[in-house]
Design a protein around this ligand. Sequence first.
Ligand code: SF4
Ligand code: SF4
Length: 222
Amino acid sequence: MIVADQKDITEIIAMTEGYRNILVIGCDTCVTVCLAGGAKEVAILASGLRLAAKASGRQVEVHETSIERQCEKEFVDALHSAVKGQDLLISTGCGIGVQTIAEQFPQIPVVPALNTKMLGLPERQGVWVERCQACGQCILDKTGGICPISRCSKSLLNGPCGGSQNGKCEINKDIDCGWHLIYERLKALGRLACLEEIMPAKNWSTSRDGGPRKVIREDMCL
Ligand code: SF4
Ligand code: SF4
């Protein structure tokens, strides 16, 4: 899922300067799971903004709402009546949510309350870890189901590098070496021979290097 965390409240307050009618919009999917932008966080943020406005003597109305998914126009459409009369929309969705709202309501400024971080896994309560960088050409079949793009600090396709020590990455001894994990997994699977195959340079044009990407399913297009 997409993992994000909330910006510092002072940064969000600064974004509201000069606006009187503000709507904080939550997203009930990924950012709710990572405790960053669901209905509960929207309520806390809206209260914080009201208190900050009161403390600075500003006349501000802060409203709040939440939709199922900010990343889909069909759900964002449901905001029409809520955004009416608002000067500023604060999205607690991921970057896709902010941009979807901005596209649907071009006449009203939209600002992000979150920093969108990664495609991650909830490892345990309160901890999310990066597991995929959406490179566009998945190679997990060659690496025992462990992603070297996101789990090796250098995104090496052939590893480990010379810095791996005792299973830990040279950039931080608290980080598992991604390639050590891959070795252990392939060993357990009896597939260590996979490591003898030199992976050629990756075609990064399927990743961000190729510019904005698009997925088209002709069979689904109307
Ligand atoms: S190889 Fe690419 S698509 Fe597959 S998990 Fe890693 S980053 Fe994601
Ligand atoms: S120590 Fe392991 S994870 Fe760190 S950069 Fe080298 S191969 Fe990658």
